[in-house]
Design a protein around this ligand. Structure first.
Ligand code: UD1
Ligand code: F6R
Length: 715
């Protein structure tokens, strides 16, 4: 996802060129996370502003890779030679969520286009940004981008001016608190301003941020005190901004009701950061590296401090102060340790995981949650997909829905087709993009064509999209990459918000596409009274999915052993499923063959007796999906057909399902039960893990299997 990097030098002379190089190198270390644009901000020159002298800013940003940014710095002929003994620079790699990846949407964002008083980089999502934007627009702020982040920069200026009007010149930390009070959602962010030269504030909520520290001398202590406000000041601040936030007030009353930073508090700079003082308690030369990821800090220093949610790291005069944006609760830690990173770079990038694929499999509790975030009101069982809202009446009237995709994305369409038809009562066909084009299948103006793609760049799917556009059909995208060709070329759609998928094998995109399609079907049938109960049941089920996925992931040890002991030497594998689980069988087979190179085939359990049964003996490994739904008895009968021929299937069943644990079954993998149409979200996880461990056992480079590319941009 997005990446943040900041660099502050104090009593260490650095040229602008060196500072920019540092920032760019920091961003390069974040590249592996996936992004679509990059940018940085450094100090410019002192210029006259009325009677005052201010330091102007240099912001360079661009869509594309960090190397494009590097080139842009050269093309812009930015002076590299000016020397700074104290400077704060900030930088960012962006993975688009609000608005396309184009220059105006890249970070850093500024509070105003004239002087750029406050400059911000931000990871995460500000969920109340529309309301904030509206408010700030009403106050005369002019927006330059479509991003949520820009609101943050504007808020800084807004509060700064209000404080000044009240005769107070606020501390950057106090100002940050006032801004944070208005934000809902998640963030890791850095702010710099010419009003505070050489200073930076970094803060986080739900999005990681750490501070690396580099000094020549040993640090005096290996922790930093957390600075809590005294109660009186805190209460005053809360009254000022806590109980009357901008948006609660909703009007101009902020200006009248605003209470500035308490005068006693302003510029009160207690030196609790003993860590950054030399033996004689004088400031010492120091460099700070702020980042969302230790991968970009480790080449500079191994000494890092991880911020906690609501921490504000305020760096100035060579010191690091940790303040709290929320009130102190009982038992809360009063220090943040400065830790020594013992990890290697490679380990950091993949966290505790050996491969991106494994990391992405384990990310699914979060990625599935992110797909639903802000879109499902679980209390009232309402689904709102912002990108489809205006198109729902047209789609409801369409003659049929055609889902078009390739590979794993095609399987997510198959997995949800049945619930789509059940809820919408519109006929749905599911097409492989290449076959759909080969047949030159008829498409009409009253068709709705749904294109599902992780990358949004798959050539076959794009050609099919163009084909449908030419024929006047309504096109809908279900896409992960914001700003991708398919996301741009479809009339409307849903971003699945799973975050970048780096491993070639698609895992977390599948579960997120699945959920996005279910949400699509739910929103199409929102107003159908006869479907209310079913809606509620599905929405309740969706709410539990992230937690249930966590449970399924606990099967990893058992699966590892299964792959080691039983499957490793096999040449072929069958996966049996029917109804909702046919798609899971196909998806499992695709994962296994593409990653482990073992031949595997997904078979509709009902088709077994029509030919495939001839393969069954006591040697061929078979995985059967036998979770509880209306087809369970039929699946059981397929399992019996297998066991009657000495086959000993591995059965994926619901927790505690004793019926299946007979001695003819080789092994059961038990997963929690959910609503029938969502069960595939849980059943697919064990097969993702099987494919992964089979591949690892065979020494295959899981993230880069032979002959395959992440984005298939050729026909
Ligand atoms: C949008 C924001 C999201 C924010 C939310 C709050 C973007 C990209 N998303 O999300 O960050 O939290 O508003 O109001 O700015 N689209 C297509 N084809 C596709 C996918 C999407 O045309 O394949 C279009 C949609 O119709 C929509 C836009 O892209 O107009 C954004 O889609 P999506 O991110 O799904 O919208 P929201 O969930 O509303
Ligand atoms: C399998 C896989 C591929 C893709 C297919 C479509 O693990 O990754 O089958 O699903 O190439 O790609 P997108 O979804 O990017 O259109």
């Amino acid at each position: 996802m997005c990446g943040i990097f900041g660099y502050v030098n104090f009593l260490v002379d650095k040229s602008r060129g060196e500072i920019i190089d540092n920032l760019i190198e920091g961003l390069q270390r974040l590249e592996y996370r996936g992004y679509d644009s990059a940018g940085l901000a450094v100090d410019g020159k002192l210029i006259k502003d009325g009677d005052e002298e201010i330091m102007n800013n240099i912001i360079v940003k661009t869509p594309g890779k960090v190397k494009v940014l590097k080139q842009k710095v050269i093309d812009d002929k930015i002076n590299r030679t000016d020397i700074f003994d104290n400077h704060a620079g900030i930088a960012h790699t962006r993975w688009a969520t609000h608005g396309q990846p184009k220059e105006e949407n890249c970070h850093p964002h500024r509070s105003d286009s004239t002087k750029g008083e406050f400059i911000v980089v931000h990871n995460g999502i500000i969920t109340n940004f529309s309301a904030l934007r509206k408010y700030l627009l009403s106050k005369g702020h002019i927006f330059e981008s479509e991003t949520d982040t820009e609101c943050i920069a504007k808020l800084f200026k807004h509060f700064y001016d209000l404080n000044l009007k009240a005769g107070v010149s606020p501390d950057l930390n106090e100002l940050t608190k006032q801004v944070l009070h208005e934000l809902e959602g998640s963030y890791g962010l850095l702010v710099k301003s010419y009003h505070y030269p050489g200073e930076v504030c970094g803060t986080r909520k739900g999005s990681p941020l750490l501070v690396g520290v580099k000094t020549d001398k040993k640090l005096k202590v290996d922790f930093v005190d957390v600075e809590f406000e005294n109660n009186a000041a805190q209460q005053q601040q809360q009254q000022a901004n806590g109980h009357s936030s901008l948006l609660n007030n909703h009007s101009t009353s902020l200006d009248s009701g605003f209470i500035p930073v308490a005068p006693g508090e302003q510029n009160l700079r207690t030196s609790q950061s003993r860590a950054f003082l030399s033996e004689d308690d004088l400031p010492m030369p120091v460099e700070f590296f702020l980042s969302s990821d230790p991968a970009s800090v480790i080449q500079h220093t191994k000494k890092v401090l991880f911020l906690e949610d609501d921490d504000i790291a305020h760096i100035y005069d060579g010191e690091l102060h940790i303040h709290r944006a929320s009130t102190k609760s009982a038992g809360e830690s009063t220090v943040r340790p400065i830790q020594t990173l013992e990890m290697e770079l490679n380990e950091i990038m993949k966290g505790p995981y050996k491969h991106f694929m494994q990391k992405e499999i384990f990310e699914q509790p979060d990625s599935t949650f992110n797909t639903m975030r802000g879109r499902i009101d679980f209390e009232n069982s309402i689904v709102t997909l912002g990108g489809l809202k205006a198109f729902l009446p047209t789609i409801r009237r369409c003659r049929r829905i055609i889902m078009i995709a390739c590979g794993t994305s095609y399987h997510s369409c198959l997995a949800t087709r049945s619930i789509f038809e059940e809820l919408t009562e519109i006929p749905v066909s599911v097409e492989l993009a290449s076959d759909f084009l080969d047949r030159r299948s008829p498409v009409f103006r009253d068709d709705t064509c749904v294109f599902v793609s992780q990358s949004g760049e798959t050539a076959d799917s794009i050609l099919a999209l163009q084909y449908c556009l030419e024929r006047g059909a309504l096109t809908v995208g279900i896409v992960n990459s914001v700003g991708s060709s398919m996301s741009r070329q479809t009339h409307c759609g849903v971003h699945i918000n799973a975050g970048p998928e780096i491993g070639v094998a698609s895992t977390k995109a599948y579960t997120s596409q699945y959920i996005a399609l279910v949400m699509f079907a739910l929103s199409l049938s929102n107003d159908s009274i006869s479907k209310t109960k079913r809606h509620e049941e599905i929405i309740k089920g969706l709410q539990k999915i992230p937690e249930q996925i966590k449970k399924v992931l606990n099967l990893e040890t058992k699966i590892k052993k299964l792959c080691n002991d039983d499957l490793n030497d096999q040449k072929s594998l069958l996966l049996l499923g029917r109804g909702y689980q046919f798609a899971t069988a196909l998806e499992g087979a695709l994962k296994i063959k593409e990653i482990s190179y073992m031949h595997s085939e997904g078979v509709l359990a009902g088709e077994l007796k029509h030919g495939v049964l001839a393969l069954v003996d006591d040697k061929l490994p078979i995985i059967a999906f036998a979770t509880r739904d209306s087809l369970f008895p039929k699946t059981m009968s397929a399992i019996e057909q297998v066991t009657a021929r000495d086959g000993r299937p591995i059965v994926i069943c619901n927790e505690g399902d004793a019926i299946i644990s007979n001695d003819k079954v080789h092994l059961t993998l038990e997963v929690p039960q959910t609503v029938d149409c969502l069960q595939g979200l849980l059943n697919v996880i064990p097969v993702q893990l099987i494919s992964y461990w089979l591949a690892v056992n065979r020494g295959i480079d899981v993230d880069f299997p032979r002959n395959l590319a992440k984005s298939v941009t050729v026909e």
